[in-house]
Ligand binder design. Structure first.
Ligand SMILES: CC(C)(COP(=O)(O)OP(=O)(O)OC[C@H]1O[C@@H](n2cnc3c(N)ncnc32)[C@H](O)[C@@H]1OP(=O)(O)O)[C@@H](O)C(=O)NCCC(=O)NCCS
Length: 175
């Protein structure tokens, strides 16, 4: 499982002791969950369950999920992962979330750029991402990483809900 480094960040696999920082930094937070399909967690046990799933998937060989850390601090401030892979294993869809306290400092862009590079070096030819139409910051991150807008589609608003929303889709191809 790869650890990735950028100028200011370390992207490492999640580990068993991460639940507290995850909950404190973003999983509790409706501001972070607002345009995501997950609901904010009302207690740390929910985060622990999510983390257990992450660790289980990693044990089974899933290699494309990272905790985002500030260089020199081992408490995760966010997460970035592959949320879907095409049947031919050539296209990966990525997702990310960051603690509200760290927004608008370029961190998500820095993390996504590194993950795109890593995925291109590991057999993927196309990286995709999508965001809720009102989630302007996320679209900016995609654009700043060189991704191109390819169209809109309808997507489930929240896991388990029948409500749908418009999402904007972006893509970048391996040079
Ligand atoms: C989306 C998210 C990851 C962005 O992280 P970030 O580290 O703040 O992103 P960056 O700082 O790299 O870039 C954000 C850009 O959006 C811009 N931006 C932020 N809010 C904006 C708004 N309301 N309107 C226009 N631009 C906005 C910032 O100015 C910045 O652009 P700039 O560098 O040109 O100034 C973060 O807001 C987040 O975690 N949101 C909640 C989870 C989420 O929505 N994840 C994505 C699901 S698709």
């Amino acid at each position: 499982m790869s650890i990735l480094f950028t100028d200011r960040l370390v992207l490492r696999p999640f580990k068993e002791t991460d639940a507290e920082a995850m909950y404190k930094n973003w999983t509790f937070d409706n501001r972070v969950a607002k345009y995501c399909r997950w609901y904010p967690h009302s207690n740390i046990e929910m985060t622990q369950q999510l983390l257990n799933m992450y660790l289980e998937e990693a044990k089974k060989g899933f290699e494309y999920r990272w905790a985002i850390l500030l260089n020199g601090n081992d408490a995760p401030i966010g997460a970035i992962d592959v949320v879907g892979v095409s049947e031919d294993n050539k296209t990966a869809t990525v997702g990310y979330a960051l603690s509200y306290n760290y927004w608008n400092k370029g961190y998500a862009t820095e993390a996504l750029k590194e993950v795109i590079k890593h995925l291109f070096n590991n057999g993927f030819n196309v990286i995709e991402a999508e965001h809720h139409i009102d989630n302007i910051a996320s679209g900016k991150v995609m654009e700043k990483c060189g991704m191109k807008y390819i169209g809109d589609s309808k997507a489930q608003k929240k896991f388990g809900s029948d409500e749908y929303c418009i999402v904007k889709q972006y893509q970048i191809k391996k040079p």
